[in-house]
Design a protein. Structure first.
Lengths: 134, 54
């Protein structure tokens, strides 16, 4: 999921718990993360202690559960995209019946328009080098 | 489309959308009538549009 920041409980430290930094740790927590949750940490040397997560806000929990802020933003962007995107020039042409059907059906769609100046740059990425493209 | 697939060719796209939303008949005879009209339309449009793309 990502890096879970933890803070020792008040009055505790790595030194007071006898940690050397060479241990590996297992973190036990509830399935649902909450802000500043208390978790149990068990070291490979058999020590067990409690820490507080330093996920201080709900957005930080969302970033963590998504594996980081980049993944979070990308997933949000994907979720915002429409079901259909129609690629065509900014005129009726061969796309208009498609626009009419999508609109009449109440489909979740939007359009990417290309001017003739822009078109050569995108031509290769379209099926058969043509538009309209859905 | 949302899954990254790109569909090309306006009539194929039209049939796809039509099938998705119930505008394209499942009955072969009715589907033929739709295709007949579309191809007739295409015959006219391609002649009209040809000079613009020459």
């Amino acid at each position: 999921m990502g890096i879970l920041p933890l803070q020792f409980k008040e009055g505790e430290s790595g030194q007071s718990l006898g940690l050397t930094g060479s241990e590996t740790f297992t973190i036990e927590r509830d399935a649902k993360l909450t802000v500043n949750q208390t978790v149990t940490v068990k070291s490979s040397t058999g020590k067990s202690f409690q820490c507080m997560t330093r996920l201080d806000t709900e957005p930080e929990i969302a970033y963590y559960t998504n594996g980081g802020i980049l993944q979070y933003v990308l997933r949000k962007l994907i979720a915002q995209t429409t079901d259909y995107k129609l690629h065509y020039f900014p005129f009726y042409g061969r796309a208009e019946p498609l626009r009419m059907m999508l609109t009449h059906a109440g489909a979740d769609w939007d359009e990417a328009e290309y001017t003739f100046d822009q078109w050569p740059k995108y031509k290769e990425s379209m099926p058969n080098g043509q538009m309209p493209c859905l | 489309m949302k899954d990254g697939t790109k569909l090309g060719e306006s009539y194929a796209i039209g049939r796809y959308i039509g099938s998705q939303f119930g505008y394209y008949p499942t009955d072969p005879k009715l589907a033929f009538e739709v295709d007949y009209l579309l191809e007739g339309y295409e015959s006219c449009v391609s002649k009209v549009a040809a000079p613009f793309f020459a």
